[in-house]
Design a protein around this ligand. Structure first.
Ligand code: ADE
Ligand code: ZN
Length: 334
């Protein structure tokens, strides 16, 4: 079996995926036309050509501009359904989708419009392809904690449809501790909690996310590689890291994939997973992330199976759902 087929056959969960980051330029232009929204680029090709980022912020500026075309429930539905179709082709059996309500509510789009469209796509994906999914509300860390608390208030009537919360956007200068009260409230509400930490920010942000926010997984976390004591802790506590290799190269966290620390994290015994982050902007969906990383770092098939297993184990699903996926995975050749 060639590598491409092997990777796509591995039952896997995608745990770090911003649904707004799956907006392909073709759909961006179609929605801009349909909704009468002006874009800063004049063609699909010019948009793709602008995807040359120097850091996280240079990407986020463009990503928020693109998200402005999403207005109606149907837009969010089509966006998420297109993602699920690609995820299915990549062997994803379960996806935990991040969404950024503040990116939309600040433009006058109702919270329920976003959630209704995404939820309808989740139901459709289950019916069409048997993919299970969960929705994780991410707070934008460049905004204030009070703004996060008012977003949580808007989410309260919908909590049955929201599985967890996360923290994303500009990391530097916005430490996890800025959101201590907000995350304490989310934990009291019984929500799962995760946070981006150690993507561009220092290893100390990973420690804060664990100790102050009480997160169950770390999104990215790759800068843990700089801190031996933290590596030892993450391995001991088996905290899952949702690593996004192509994203890290596109945003210049590492100069090339061959210099990525994923192999070092795996060797240190960390619960590493591979994910796509914002695949429409970073050059590949989840299977491409597995394949390119395996080729650049010389990962074995046993290691790729281990990574897929980690993703299923670290997902927020009941054991009854997880067990059949693990059985399928175990039956794969190594
Ligand atoms: N929002 C979307 N993608 C992100 C990333 N990689 N880091 C922080 N915030 C994000
Ligand atoms: Zn992310």
């Amino acid at each position: 079996m060639d590598l491409d087929h092997f990777v796509r056959s591995l039952p896997k969960a995608e745990l770090h995926l911003h649904i707004e980051g799956t907006l392909e330029p073709e759909m961006m232009f179609e929605l801009a036309r349909r909704n009468g929204v002006a874009l800063p680029w004049d063609s699909v090709a010019a948009t793709r050509a602008a995807y040359a980022f120097s850091d996280l912020q240079s990407f986020l500026d463009l990503y928020y501009a693109g998200a402005a075309v999403l207005i109606h429930e149907q837009d969010f539905f089509e966006l998420a359904l297109a993602y699920f179709e690609r995820a299915h082709a990549d062997g994803v059996v379960h996806a935990e989708l991040f969404f950024d309500p503040q990116t939309h509510t600040t433009r006058g789009v109702a919270f329920a419009t976003v959630l209704d469209g995404l939820e309808r796509a989740c139901d459709e994906a289950q019916a069409r392809w048997g993919i299970s999914s969960r929705l994780i509300l991410c707070f934008l860390r460049h905004l204030s904690e009070d703004e996060g608390l008012s977003t949580l208030a808007q989410a309260l009537p919908h909590l049955a449809r929201i599985h967890g919360v996360g923290l994303d956007s500009s990391e530097k200068g916005h430490p996890p501790s800025k959101f201590a009260r907000l995350f304490a409230r989310c934990r009291e509400l019984g929500l799962h909690v995760v946070a981006h930490a150690g993507e561009e920010g220092p290893p100390a942000y990973i420690v804060e996310a664990l100790d102050i926010l009480g997160v169950e997984r770390i999104d990215h976390g790759v800068r843990a590689a700089e801190d031996p004591a933290l590596l030892e802790r993450l391995a001991r506590e088996q905290v899952a890291l949702t690593v996004c290799p192509l994203s890290n190269v596109k945003l210049c966290v590492y100069p090339t994939l061959a210099q990525h620390t994923l192999g070092q994290l795996l060797d240190a015994g960390l619960k590493v997973t591979i994910n796509s982050d914002d695949p429409a902007y970073f050059g590949g969906y989840v299977a491409q992330n597995y394949i390119d990383t395996a080729q650049a770092l010389g990962l074995t098939r046993a290691q790729l199976k281990r990574i897929a297993r980690n993703s299923l184990e670290a997902s927020f699903v009941p054991e009854g759902l997880r067990a059949p996926w693990l059985e399928r995975l175990d039956a794969m050749p190594a």
